[in-house]
Each structure stands twice: as structure tokens, then as C-alpha cells.
Design a protein around this ligand. Structure first.
Ligand code: ADP
Ligand code: MG
Length: 189
């Protein structure tokens, strides 16, 4: 009952031919949910429209079918939740709640730069879940750009150190699927 996906998508509806930079075998391995059983991390990195949220939702729905608890939040919502809890004096309680689902999906990291202190709050969340529950993050920024996203290279390094320890980093290249049809019909170059 946690999830809150923005839309319904399945792996079956994903056209691998349209995204040749993805290894279908690697996605099929993720569909087994073994990485969730182990508490590992998955990162989907790539430009807008390349299917990151589609894959995140599809994997989240598969995890639910396999009886894992799943929560889906955008990075912006998550940071707002943590900042509010910090101001209220309820940070510890909020961190406990966010550590509960076996899979936490954090969508769209990097679209907005973090406010001061947000990186530190995010670090506390990642530490709380470390080696207990899986995190799936989607981002339009490469890992090398996360120092800029977090606004604090030292905290970004500490966050990445934990996230990347047991992880699959899947970098998607190529064009937006959303613009594909337009390109085909000659409306775009
Ligand atoms: P991103 O999160 O990377 O910006 P989305 O996952 O939201 O992109 O994809 C944009 C839209 O295009 C969604 O409706 C998604 O289902 C669809 N889409 C993207 N890539 C594919 C694909 N390879 N096959 C089928 N649909 C796709
Ligand atoms: Mg997206």
C-alpha cells in the first residue's frame, strides 16, 4: 500500500530495440528481484525520455508481486519530507519510516539541485538503509555530476560510497522515446 507510482508500466511493454544501449539480460536479472533480496542498489542514469521511470515502475510492480514492500517518491518530494521532519524535530521518526520498505525508489535525482542541508539529510537516509533495504535511483546526471547536485562534494562522496558498494549502475544513452514518433513522422530532425 505504499508505492505511489506516477503511472502503470511493465517490463513487457518496454521496447528494448528502441534503447540499444540497454542490455536486456541485465534488466531480466533485475526482474528476478534477487538484488532486492540482497538489499543492493540500482541506478538508472541517462537523459530525459529514455525509459528510466518506466523501468523503475515496472521493477517496483514486479517487486510487489514478489511480496516486497515498495515506496516510490521523487527526489524533490523526499528532500521536502526530510527537511520538514528535521524542522519539526521528527527526523528520526521519518528516517525510521523511510527505512521500512524493502525497496525505496527515488525518481528524478538531479533535476533540481539540493538546498543547503538536504545533502546531509539524504546521507542520513542512505546510511539508515545501508545494507538493509534496496534503493533504486533514477537520475539525468552522471555519478561524476552528483557533487554539483548535492552541492557538497564531501557528502556526495560519502553517499556514493554507500550506494555504489553493492550496486548495478545502468547508463542509458540515446534519444528520448517521447520524441521518437515525432522524429519518425518528420516533425523533428
Ligand atoms: P525518463 O524517466 O527516462 O525521463 P520515461 O520512463 O518517463 O523516461 O519514458 C517516457 C515515456 O516513454 C514513458 O511513457 C515510457 O513508458 C515511454 N518509453 C520510454 N522508453 C521506452 C521504451 N524503450 N519502450 C517503450 N516505452 C518507452
Ligand atoms: Mg523519469
Amino acid at each position: 500500500k505504499l508505492a505511489q507510482f506516477p503511472f502503470v508500466r511493465e517490463i513487457d511493454g518496454f521496447e528494448f530495440d528502441a534503447q540499444p544501449s540497454l542490455d536486456p539480460g541485465q534488466i531480466r536479472e533485475l526482474v528476478t528481484c534477487r538484488w532486492i533480496a540482497h538489499g543492493d542498489t540500482t541506478l538508472f542514469l541517462g537523459p530525459p525520455g529514455t525509459g528510466k521511470t518506466h523501468l523503475a515502475v515496472a521493477l517496483g510492480r514486479e517487486a510487489i508481486r514478489q511480496n516486497y514492500s515498495v515506496q516510490f517518491v521523487t527526489a524533490a518530494t523526499l528532500v521536502a519530507m526530510l527537511a520538514k521532519a528535521h524542522d519539526d524535530g521528527s527526523l528520526d521518526k521519518q528516517l525510521t519510516l523511510l527505512a521500512r520498505p524493502k525497496l525505496l525508489i527515488i525518481d528524478e535525482l538531479g533535476y533540481l539541485p539540493f538546498e543547503a542541508n538536504a545533502a546531509h539529510l539524504f546521507f542520513q537516509l542512505v546510511s539508515r538503509r545501508y545494507e538493509k533495504g534496496s534503493i533504486l535511483i533514477t537520475s539525468n546526471r552522471s555519478v561524476g555530476e552528483w557533487g554539483g547536485v548535492f552541492g557538497d562534494p564531501v557528502v556526495a562522496t560519502a553517499i556514493l560510497d554507500r550506494l555504489l558498494h553493492h550496486s548495478a549502475v545502468i547508463t542509458i544513452r540515446g534519444d528520448s522515446y517521447r520524441l521518437r514518433e515525432k522524429r519518425r513522422s518528420g516533425l523533428l530532425q
